[in-house]
Every structure is written in structure tokens, then in C-alpha cells.
Ligand binder design. Structure first.
Ligand SMILES: Cc1cc2nc3c(=O)[nH]c(=O)nc-3n(C[C@H](O)[C@H](O)[C@H](O)COP(=O)(O)OP(=O)(O)OC[C@H]3O[C@@H](n4cnc5c(N)ncnc54)[C@H](O)[C@@H]3O)c2cc1C
Length: 453
């Protein structure tokens, strides 16, 4: 079994496949030095992912090694948010890192003021490079082999095996191959996608602005966009809409960054210190199929969207948990049709994330109509049911397996921790259990209740 891409999804999938006894090799094009991979940004791990990592016994390691010391940029504000910052932002800063904060929707904070969301766990901020280190160890401990510095340049399904070509001209073959090679990978070539062009353009950089007093630290919404400004030399995020589309993967130059800040702030600033510049858009793409013959996709290779709400990594890790035990069962001689349920269950989950991230882009706009819509949504969010709906959506806890109507309400849901504790940790297929006070149920290795017979 081959996995292309040793990012978080590929590594977690490797360990999941090993649970099922499958031999796995992960090919990663980067050569990792002692300092780990280069992508070191902070990421939010959401409730459903935390439940999963907890069940796999990884949460303490993730907390100890990967948990970000500070939250993302917004938590770094030392003073009061900028004058134009709406009051909800001040409350967001105050709630950061507390269990009251259940995430945000388009930067409208989901704050649990009345304990009505006490059962919805908050999120954990992690450094992605540290998370990858933890998952690398986990994959190795499980017996997976990883080959760093191997760039895959060709993947061809030959019917009874997959041919793999590398940039140095060497070749390998595998019975099955999963593309976990992210948004710019090559395994998805040949797969059909539905996509939405970007409307939101975001530039980020650690930068210093001069004169310093023209743009205050804080969050600024203006007629031409919005900016998140940390005190220097912290990160500055500039968001604009409907700009001429740049090369999504092109580098961000100082001049481009300066122009964007000038357009949004109206201030005649100069950017002095300037590093770690990157660009993000709300370009969205979803594979129509997650499998073509012996080649499958997982993570960003299958679905791509803006980072709004912090969901991509989470969806990808849950793809891996869903696919791992099924592919292991097929490799062990099980019915290949089992793999159809991977796409049936995970594609709608990704589709919902694409939808909610695009909705968040729309709510971030600063034109008068969008500001009015945002104000109305901000009021709606305060209704307990609406807040729960959004918190569960972004945290992934709303996710359940598609089940036919009329089934037991527990069927298709993620099993509670008490039930998971009763399942042998080495279970490689669905297990029948009868937890105290609950009906007999069949629980899958990814934690979902398959049936309540
Ligand atoms: C600014 C930003 C903030 C984000 N914040 C969050 C957040 O808070 N929460 C969240 O859930 N998500 C967040 N995301 C999204 C998250 O980072 C991605 O969803 C996640 O990294 C996807 O993991 P992956 O393993 O699928 O792909 P990747 O992390 O992209 O890993 C793919 C791997 O494949 C390797 N590779 C590529 N091509 C080849 C090849 N040809 N041969 C061999 N190896 C190859 C790459 O080197 C890489 O290591 C954010 C993204 C950005 C940009």
C-alpha cells in the first residue's frame, strides 16, 4: 500500500492502515531535517478530531508537543482592539483560550455565555509542524515506513496494481495508492472536480508599518476590505474581495502587500520589516469521486477551501479514519464495495465544509449590503439553537453517517466516550457492544455507530 504525501492526513492514514495489519509506505517529497517540515502555521483542531485523537491515545502527546502557546494572531493583541473593531471582537479576544469560546463563524464568535453549549467541546490550537512530528512518530510506532525526499511524478492504475514514478526516474508499484498530497499534488490528475473561483483574496505577512500610528493594532473593517493588525512585528492579514485573480501559488511581494494595505486602510504607509508572507483565497474545489480504480484521494487532495473556521485539516484526518479500516479490510480480502461508502460518507462532509466556508467569505464582505446581512446574522447567532447549530457545524460534531429514515436515533452518530472505552483498542472492524444503559450497538473503528440492531 502506498500513500503519496507525508502531511498530517497521509501520516494518520498510514497508522490507521497499520491498525488493520497493512504494509504501508508513505512517500513525501520534502526531506525533513531535525527541525521538522516547513509548514509551521497554527491550526485549530476541532471537537470531533479531538475525540478521535483522544480515542487513539494521541491527545496528551498532541497537547504536550503541538499545542500552540498562544492562540492565533488575534490573541496577540496587547492593547484594546482598534477603534473600529466591533464589540464582539473585544469579547472574542477576552474569551480566547477559554472553554467559553466554541469557535467562530466569519469571525462572529460563538461564545457560550449561558452554558447552553457546555456539551460542545472547544478547539485546540496546534502548530502544524509539531503535529506532523507527533503523527510521524505515531505512524512509525505503528510500523509504517516513510520515505522522505521522494517526489512522486507519475501514478498510473495498471488494473492489478498502481505504477509509481519518482522524479529521480525510479519506479515502484503498490496494490493500492492513496493521494494525500495536498492541494497542489499530482495524484488527483485524472479525477474530475467541481470548483468555485475565488472572490476573497487574503495576504498575510509578519510586517512593520511606518508611520506606526497610521494603522493601529486591531481589526479594521473599511469600505474596501478588512485587516487584522497585530502589534509589530506581528502578523498582518489583509482581506479584499473581487480583485483581479493573482497566481494563487505565486509569492507575495512587499509591493503587492503594501498596495493592499493602502487600499484597505486608505493610509499612506510603507512596509518595512516583511517576512513569512503568504496568500490564501476562498477558491473551493471538491473531487466528484474519491476513488478511481486502485487510486483514492484523502484530505486537501480531495477537497480544498478557505481556512475560515479552521476545518480543512480536521476533515482530512476524519477522511483518514473513515478510509483506513475499510481499505485494510479490502486488502485483507474483504468486498471492494466497502470502499464506495468512503465517498458516500466523506464527500457530503466535505461538501458541507465548502458551503460553510463560502458562506463565511460572503459574511466577511464590507459593502453595505453585506454589513447589513452580517448584522442580522450576528443577532441570529445569539439564539441558542442557532449558536448550537453553527458550533456543531464548525466543530464537526454535527457530522453523522448518512442513514435511512426510521432508524434508531443513535445509528450513524459518533459513539460517546463511555462506549468507545468499552471497545478493544486493537479492533480492526466493527464491534458489537452493549454499554450500560444503552442498547446493543455495532461501533466501527472510526468511532461511528454503524447500527443499533
Ligand atoms: C493559513 C492556513 C490556515 C489554516 N488553518 C486551519 C485550521 O485552523 N484548521 C484546519 O483544520 N485546517 C486549517 N488549514 C488547512 C490545513 O492546513 C490543511 O487542510 C491540511 O494541511 C491538509 O493536510 P493534508 O495532509 O491533506 O495536505 P498537506 O498538509 O498539504 O500535506 C501534503 C503533503 O504531500 C506532500 N506532497 C505533495 N506533492 C507530493 C508529491 N508529488 N510527492 C510526494 N509528496 C508530495 C507535501 O510536501 C506535503 O507534505 C489552514 C490552511 C492555511 C493555508
Amino acid at each position: 500500500m502506498a500513500i503519496v504525501g507525508g502531511g498530517p492526513v497521509g501520516l494518520f492514514l498510514a497508522a490507521e492502515l497499520r491498525r488493520g495489519g497493512v504494509s504501508v509506505v508513505v512517500y513525501e517529497r520534502k526531506s525533513r531535517g531535525a527541525g521538522g517540515p516547513e509548514d509551521g502555521g497554527d491550526r485549530g483542531l476541532q471537537a470531533r478530531t479531538l475525540q478521535l485523537l483522544g480515542w487513539r491515545g494521541l491527545l496528551d502527546r498532541v497537547r504536550a508537543r503541538a499545542a500552540a502557546e498562544n492562540g492565533p494572531g488575534i490573541a496577540d493583541f496587547t492593547g484594546a482592539p482598534g477603534e473600529q473593531a466591533p464589540p464582539e471582537i473585544a469579547e472574542l479576544v477576552e474569551s480566547w483560550g477559554t472553554t467559553r469560546l466554541k469557535g467562530h463563524f466569519a469571525m462572529l464568535p460563538l461564545i457560550d455565555r449561558d452554558d447552553v453549549l457546555a456539551d460542545v467541546p472547544g478547539q485546540l490550537e496546534v502548530w502544524q509542524d509539531r503535529l506532523v512530528e507527533v503523527l510521524t512518530e505515531h505512524a512509525h510506532d505503528s510500523g509504517a515506513v516513510s520515505r522522505d525526499g521522494y517526489e512522486v511524478t507519475d501514478v498510473t492504475d495498471r488494473g492489478n496494481h498502481v505504477h509509481i514514478g519518482f522524479s529521480d526516474g525510479s519506479t515502484e508499484q503498490a496494490r493500492w495508492l492513496v493521494g494525500c498530497d495536498g492541494g497542489s499534488g499530482i495524484v488527483r490528475t485524472g479525477f474530475a472536480f467541481d470548483s468555485t473561483d475565488p472572490a476573497m483574496h487574503v495576504l498575510m505577512a509578519h510586517a512593520t508599518l511606518e508611520p506606526a500610528d497610521l494603522v493601529q493594532p486591531g481589526i479594521h473593517r473599511t469600505a474596501t476590505g478588512l485587516m487584522f493588525v497585530n502589534p509589530p512585528p506581528g502578523e498582518i492579514v489583509v482581506v479584499e474581495f473581487d480583485r483581479p485573480a493573482p497566481d494563487r501559488r505565486g509569492p507575495v511581494g512587499r509591493a503587492e502587500f503594501t498596495d493592499a494595505i493602502r487600499r484597505v486602510s486608505g493610509a499612506d504607509i510603507t512596509v518595512t520589516a516583511f517576512e513569512r508572507a503568504t496568500r490564501v483565497t476562498d477558491y473551493a474545489r471538491l473531487a466528484r469521486n474519491y476513488r478511481r480504480g486502485r487510486i483514492l484521494l484523502a484530505g486537501d487532495a480531495a477537497h480544498l477551501h478557505s481556512p475560515m473556521g479552521g476545518q480543512g485539516l480536521n476533515v482530512g484526518l476524519q477522511d483518514a479514519a473513515n478510509l483506513g479500516w475499510k481499505l485494510a479490510a479490502v486488502v485483507a480480502g474483504g468486498d471492494v464495495d466497502l470502499l464506495d461508502s468512503y465517498e458516500r460518507e466523506r464527500r457530503p462532509a466535505a461538501q458541507r465544509v465548502l458551503r460553510n466556508t463560502l458562506a463565511q467569505s460572503a459574511l466577511l464582505r464590507t459593502d453595505p449590503h453585506s454589513e447589513a446581512l452580517r448584522a442580522v446574522v450576528a443577532e441570529l447567532i445569539e439564539l441558542p439553537q442557532a449558536k448550537r447549530h453553527l458550533a456543531e457545524m464548525v466543530s464537526g460534531t454535527a457530522n453523522r453517517l448518512p442513514t435511512p429514515a426510521g432508524r434508531h436515533p443513535l445509528e450513524g452518530t459518533f459513539a460517546p466516550a463511555s462506549v468507545l472505552a468499552a471497545i478493544p483498542s486493537d479492533a480492526v472492524g466493527p464491534v458489537r457492544v452493549q454499554p450500560d444503559g444503552l442498547p446493543v450497538m455495532v461501533v466501527r473503528p472510526d468511532g461511528y455507530i454503524e447500527s443499533v440492531p
